[in-house]
Write a protein of this length. Structure first.
Length: 376
């Protein structure tokens, strides 16, 4: 629990997404209260984005630093023009291609968007979600909904209503249970305030998908060089995130090999299979050592390798070459490690699929960039 939270416990309503519940939630939002709801990426913690007092409550409930701005969720593309300025042609092309969906666009803000929503920035993050419950709620309430992920600051984002209940019960007015979300990691964030679009947070909408629509797209330097002093442009990306309570280490195959005078090249497939076996072997050795010292261990594994581990807690996250199966379960698996009270957690790297950029961005943060490289 964040120590900034010291108001009285609220009686949180926990409900399915019935018409009655959506009406009640809409009343709560219009009155300046807090409602958690499902989106296609993760559960959001919503408040009226144009009501400064309401969005302030979000920071308190999450224990979130107040310089970390919120995403404003809208139900109609036209609403962009009511809260943002200088909407370029490229921006419109992205809205047409990916909205409703898991893409957040950063634009210059209009005066009506309060500082408490944008963390004092002159820009605003906007997204039109595709989840039917999120859409019903925005439309019924008639407000733009500021919503960060509905977790306590620093914990993995919630992908089930149960996760929201764990973190937010007694701190917010209502939780709408819409079952498991589809994608499981947060939206891609793209900054459209300059000439060239810049990805501030990787997600389900990849660089390649964006480039197919608008041409050149770059990636925020602060994201790539996460160990350096360059600050990421999305304030939230600088914080430790998603970390389980135990110590998480990623054990990764070194898929590059040195060729003299010719730099590094990727190894071929036969090598990859051997490397994969070396990763399993290494993880088994690390687990055996920690178990012999009396610690509780867990392994985060692909379905492909799960049967090869010797550990009491093998958590299967998805299939190695199907990124969406991994993104859908990653946060639930990280939370499971806490439930199991795992002291040491070892994870494979999931870098051989279409979502590897987005998945490894989260996993590396969860591991505090602790990585062991294995050669065959
Ligand atoms: O998928 C999602 O985007 C989910 C669902 C609920 O929509 N929301 C979400 O919100 O992930 P949150 O608050 O957990 O992450 C928002 C990120 C933070 O890293 C924040 O710093 C960044 O967006 N952000 C918000 N406004 C920004 C702005 N004006 N400029 C740069 N970064 C911004
Ligand atoms: Mg978040």
């Amino acid at each position: 629990m964040a120590d900034t939270f010291n108001t009285e416990k609220i009686n949180t309503i926990i409900t399915d997404a019935t018409d009655e519940a959506i009406k009640k939630a809409s009343d709560i939002l219009r009155d300046g209260g807090l409602v958690a709801f499902p989106t296609e990426t993760v559960y959001g913690l919503g408040a009226d984005a144009l009501n400064p007092e309401a969005s302030k409550k979000i920071y308190e409930a999450k224990g979130r630093p107040s310089d970390n701005p919120l995403i404003v969720h809208i139900a109609y593309k036209e609403d962009v023009y009511k809260i943002a300025e200088n909407v370029s042609n490229k921006t419109v092309m992205l809205m047409e291609a990916f909205w409703p969906g898991p893409l957040t666009i950063i634009l210059n803000k209009k005066k009506n968007v309060p500082d408490s929503t944008t963390g004092g920035l002159g820009t605003v993050a906007i997204r039109m979600p595709s989840h039917p419950v999120a859409m019903r709620l925005i439309k019924e309430s008639g407000v733009y909904i500021a919503a960060p992920s509905a977790n306590t600051s620093g914990r993995p984002s919630p992908t089930l209503a149960e996760h929201v209940i764990e973190d937010m019960d007694g701190r917010i007015d209502m939780i709408i249970d819409g079952g498991a979300v589809g994608i499981g990691i947060e939206s891609t964030i793209v900054d459209m305030t300059g000439d060239i679009p810049v990805i501030l947070r990787p997600g389900y909408i990849t660089k390649k998908m964006l480039e197919e629509i608008v041409g050149e797209v770059s990636i925020d330097k602060g994201l790539i060089e996460s160990d350096s002093n360059i600050r990421p442009k999305a304030p939230g990306m600088k914080y430790t995130h998603y970390a389980p309570k135990g110590e998480l280490t990623i054990v990764e195959a070194d898929i590059h090999t040195e060729i003299s005078g010719n730099g590094k090249i990727k190894r071929d497939l036969k090598d990859k299979k051997m490397l994969n076996e070396s990763v399993v072997e290494k993880i088994n050795a690390l687990v055996a050592k920690k178990n012999s010292e009396g610690y509780v261990t867990a392994v985060i594994a692909t379905k492909d390798n799960a049967a090869s581990y010797i550990c009491d807690n093998v958590l299967v996250v998805g299939e190695a070459d199907k990124g969406f199966t991994i993104s859908a379960n990653l946060y639930a698996v990280l939370r499971k490690c806490d439930e199991l009270k795992a002291d040491y957690i070892f994870s494979e790297a999931f870098d051989d699929n279409e979502l590897s950029g987005a998945i490894m961005n989260r996993l590396l943060k969860a591991a505090g960039h602790r990585v062991i490289k294995v050669e065959s």
